[in-house]
Design a protein around this ligand. Structure first.
Ligand code: ATR
Length: 273
């Protein structure tokens, strides 16, 4: 049977095996999906062994996304722009394709939640790896403006500089947001939510048409989502759907068939609840 796996350290908490086994069942694909935890400096060795033993593809999570980027012999454009790889796949010629499905996952989950992107003003809070992974797919949705705000402003500008041919992406500051019009879509990619902190954005950028997305997910709504709802945001969505959607995109890269997210989301919500 075709072998797939997720690589991470730690890996025990990963929901990928659960998600991909449900996808396989749902689409009647014959495959096995495991979980591998290499030592923190052991990715190359573990991945080499996996592919030498006939592995067809894998997901990569913390802290190996950069190792996987270098391991790949060929990169998709979205992986190149993300500077990180979360999906590897064996090619017919034996090469290894490195892809990144995180941004496609975010876009798919926004659209699934009826959050339109085309022609919209979008604010990305944070300029780390999580933000970078989503920028090209967001720009490809023809947003009218994608602004990036970050505690360390130079990092937001570094991300903007990756897109010299796009006029609709720019860096801003938390101070400058005080005078900004409300945004249609506000995405929190910072790790602040993990520690229950709010990024310092002014309430004036949220109105009753704003949709707010937190890439983090919790059993309860995150502090950011609760806060945005209190400010009157139309929607508050957490990152569980993005997790499932990036997995669905990886599955499609490997198997050429796109599983449905709804059943898996229902099952995951049951387990979280
Ligand atoms: P990831 O890969 O999850 O994006 P990262 O690359 O370490 O992780 O980036 C973390 C992001 O969260 C950064 O944008 C960071 O801001 P700085 O670049 O200024 O460090 C942001 N961040 C973390 N804690 C924050 C907080 N308490 N308030 C605001 N931003 C925070």
């Amino acid at each position: 049977m075709d072998q797939y796996a997720v690589f991470g350290h730690p890996i025990k908490q990963s929901k990928s095996p659960f998600i991909h086994r449900l996808f396989a069942e749902q689409t009647q694909q014959q495959l096995e999906y495991g979980a591998i935890e290499p030592a923190e400096d052991g990715f190359v060795e573990a991945a080499t062994a996996f592919f030498n033993n006939g592995g067809k593809g894998c997901n990569i999570t913390m802290p190996f996304k950069l190792d996987a980027y270098h391991f790949a012999t060929q990169l998709t454009e979205r992986a190149r722009m993300a500077g990180a790889v979360n999906t590897l796949k064996v090619l017919d010629d034996g090469g290894i394709l490195g892809d990144n499905t995180d941004g496609a996952g975010l876009v798919a989950d926004l659209l699934l939640n009826h959050v339109a992107l085309e022609g919209k003003r979008v604010l990305m809070i944070g300029a780390g790896g999580a933000a970078r992974g989503t920028l090209l797919p967001l720009l490809e949705q023809n947003v009218v403006m994608l602004q990036i705000v970050n505690r360390t402003t130079s990092k937001a500008q570094d991300l903007v500089d990756l897109f010299p041919n796009h006029q609709n992406i720019e860096a801003t500051t938390f101070d400058a947001l005080e005078a900004a019009e409300p945004f249609d879509v506000i995405i929190n990619s910072t790790s602040a939510s993990m520690s229950g902190e709010l990024p310092p954005i002014p309430t004036s950028i949220i109105n009753q048409y704003s949709s707010v997305y937190d890439m983090v997910y919790r059993q309860e709504p995150t502090v950011f989502i609760n806060w945005a709802k209190q400010q009157g945001a139309a929607k508050g969505i957490d990152g569980l759907g993005m997790l499932v959607a990036q997995a669905a995109e990886s599955f499609a890269v490997w198997r050429g068939i796109r599983p449905s997210m709804r059943q898996v989301l229902r099952e995951l919500n049951k387990n979280l609840g």
